[in-house]
Design a protein around this ligand. Structure first.
Ligand code: ATP
Ligand code: MG
Length: 550
């Protein structure tokens, strides 16, 4: 599939034509500290599709240089998400496998006199870094000799020093207008067990030092990342150059994908899980890839959406969440069967329909796609309709069922409400109606017209189901955009109903998707569905005011 034209593609094309590279190699480098989200789809798609377009390759690399926050379970989930999106990585690497090389390169830097061991605390280093208008203060340890630095760094590695007592820093320029170049920290002491290297190391490289080395080792040609790393690029280039790496990757930044009414960052998602606001990283209300998949989004709809958002080299605004919804509707429109479900049931007894009998009425599965075939729907004396499709005292324009009114039952007959029954609390619990056999759907009846059509499910031939209807988990707050997301959590993001599906839906399986008449697109929940309890998630309602600009 042709990737939308973008500035990165232009650079790659030029680099191939000029002979700078004869193959494009990219990588997707997630930190295994959380689940991937829709934003990552932009990075994944860009890396994989651009490389593929030029006949190149893409590595998957776990950037696991910060052992405290990382976990093997995230590694598994990330791989699964990428495969589900339909991408195949060339090689799979762990940044931690390069710890030896990173250490050797640090020795090279020390020997060249461009790295030194500093005894200042993290706080002191921060205080002495200066500001945008003031240069930083030079460390009193900056002029240690090469011999002294080599000795101290070896002893850092051996575990002689406590966490936070010493760091290795690059010796660049404490007065640089780019704060990232004011002697950035390259290594810190951290006595932590690493999920891959165990207790081999008690010093760990910083991201800004590790990442360029990882890229260069793998001969990555174009290292794509998001815009917040733009100011780090001079440091990236410094590391590659000073470490005398054989390959020189080029870092290129693009804008992050952000969505309205959505929490994306892994840090915030972790907090929502810890606070018990959501029941896991695959909660259908969050825009993690696994949450969206569980909700019922297809990989094709996510990719199509991300392609359509384009790729920008400057900060761009939030994308309307409804645009994502647009693409799942598009994808399922012709693929999903259109059937009836009653989410909030109210019983209707058709008093003139013979007791103990039932019949089967024909229906097409998708009027826009004949290939999906036909089905037959059972109909009998007792059916369920949607509670909201009956009103005792309707307002003026109400066209559904009320005493004395006649409506069409989709795929069936006209029925007329003759009476209704209430319980002690005054709630309507049953409707009485009569049907007109003449009005059978498909027979071309033209005798009279009715204004409303409602859907229904037979009361004895059906499949019970639990329906979960969702709303945004967090809402953007126009008045105060800066409010922490925890104060924007929507208390009404989940509504659960117990209702019914058509009988012919027996045997449906997790991830099966349908369009339910008037209700929208739904997908069977993979986690909570059991033999006796079918759980169905609403992916999206049918209509939206959202228009895509093309
Ligand atoms: P988060 O801030 O959500 O935790 P991250 O940037 O820490 O994300 P990484 O694991 O470091 O996550 O990201 C892997 C890659 O995905 C990086 O190249 C990163 O720039 C990119 N990425 C992360 N978030 C987005 C986003 N919203 N849009 C596009 N790319 C993203
Ligand atoms: Mg990160």
């Amino acid at each position: 599939m042709e990737h939308t034209s973008n500035f990165i593609k232009t650079i790659m094309k030029k680099d191939l034509e000029s002979g700078k590279h004869d193959e494009i190699i990219t990588r997707f480098p997630p930190e295994p500290n959380g689940y991937l989200h829709i934003g990552h789809v932009r990075a994944i798609l860009t890396n994989f599709e651009l490389a593929k377009e030029f006949g190149g390759k893409t590595n998957l690399r776990f950037d696991d240089t910060n052992p405290l926050k990382e976990d093997e379970s995230y590694v598994h989930a990330i791989k699964n998400d990428i495969e589900w999106l339909g991408y195949k990585w060339n090689d799979l690497f762990y940044a931690s496998n390069y710890f030896d090389i990173m250490f050797e390169k640090a020795i090279v830097l020390i020997k060249k006199g461009v790295a030194y061991v500093d005894d200042q605390s993290a706080d002191e280093i921060r205080e002495n870094r200066g500001t945008l208008t003031e240069p930083g203060k030079v460390s009193p340890y900056r002029d240690r000799t090469v011999g002294e630095n080599l000795d101290l760094f070896e002893r850092m590695k051996k575990g002689e020093f406590e966490d936070g007592s010493k760091v290795l820093r690059a010796k660049i320029d404490m007065a640089s207008p780019n704060i990232n170049l004011r002697d950035p920290v390259l290594y810190r002491v951290s006595h932590v067990t690493h999920h891959n290297t165990g207790d081999k190391w008690c010093i760990y490289p910083m991201y800004d030092y590790a990442h360029p080395i990882e890229d260069a080792i793998e001969a990555i040609t174009h290292s794509l990342c998001t815009l917040e790393f733009e100011a780090h690029r001079p440091l990236y280039d410094w590391v590659v150059r000073e470490c005398e790496m054989k390959h020189t990757p080029r870092q290129i930044e693009f804008a992050k994908l952000r969505l309205t009414d959505t929490v994306l960052s892994k840090r915030n998602l972790v907090k929502l899980v810890e606070d018990g606001v959501i029941d896991g990283f695959d909660d259908p209300r969050i825009a993690s890839i696994s949450g969206l998949r569980r909700r019922g989004y297809t990989s094709e709809s996510l990719k199509q959406f991300v392609r359509e958002t384009g790729l920008s080299k400057s900060e761009s605004g939030k994308v309307d969440f409804r645009m994502l919804e647009h693409f799942i509707r598009q994808d399922l429109k012709l693929k999903a069967n259109r059937t009836m479900s009653v989410i909030d049931p109210l019983k209707v007894v058709i008093t003139n329909y013979p007791e103990g009998e039932h019949e089967y009425l024909p229906a097409t599965n998708n009027p826009e796609n004949e290939e999906l075939g036909k089905r037959e729907i059972p109909f009998s004396r007792e059916i369920y309709i949607e509670r909201e499709d009956f009103m005792e005292n309707p307002p003026k324009k109400y066209r559904r069922l009320y005493p004395g009114n006649e409506v069409r039952l989709k795929h069936a007959y006209f029925i007329k409400c003759t009476d209704f029954i209430k319980d002690e609390d005054g709630n309507v619990v049953e409707i009485r109606a009569t049907y007109d056999p003449e009005t059978k759907s498909g027979t071309g009846f033209t005798g009279r017209k009715v204004k409303g059509t409602i859907h229904w499910v037979d009361a004895s031939h059906n499949v019970p189901a639990e329906f979960r209807l969702y709303d945004h988990l967090v809402l953007d707050d126009e008045a105060n955009e800066d409010k922490p997301f925890s104060e924007r959590v929507n208390p009404n993001s989940l509504h659960v109903y117990n209702g019914f599906l058509e009988e012919n839906m027996k045997g449906i399986k997790p991830y099966d998707k349908f369009q339910f008449y008037r209700h929208g697109y739904f997908s069977v929940d993979p986690n909570d569905t059991t033999e006796s309890n079918l759980v169905i998630n609403r992916i999206v309602s049918l209509k939206s005011s959202f228009k895509i600009n093309k």
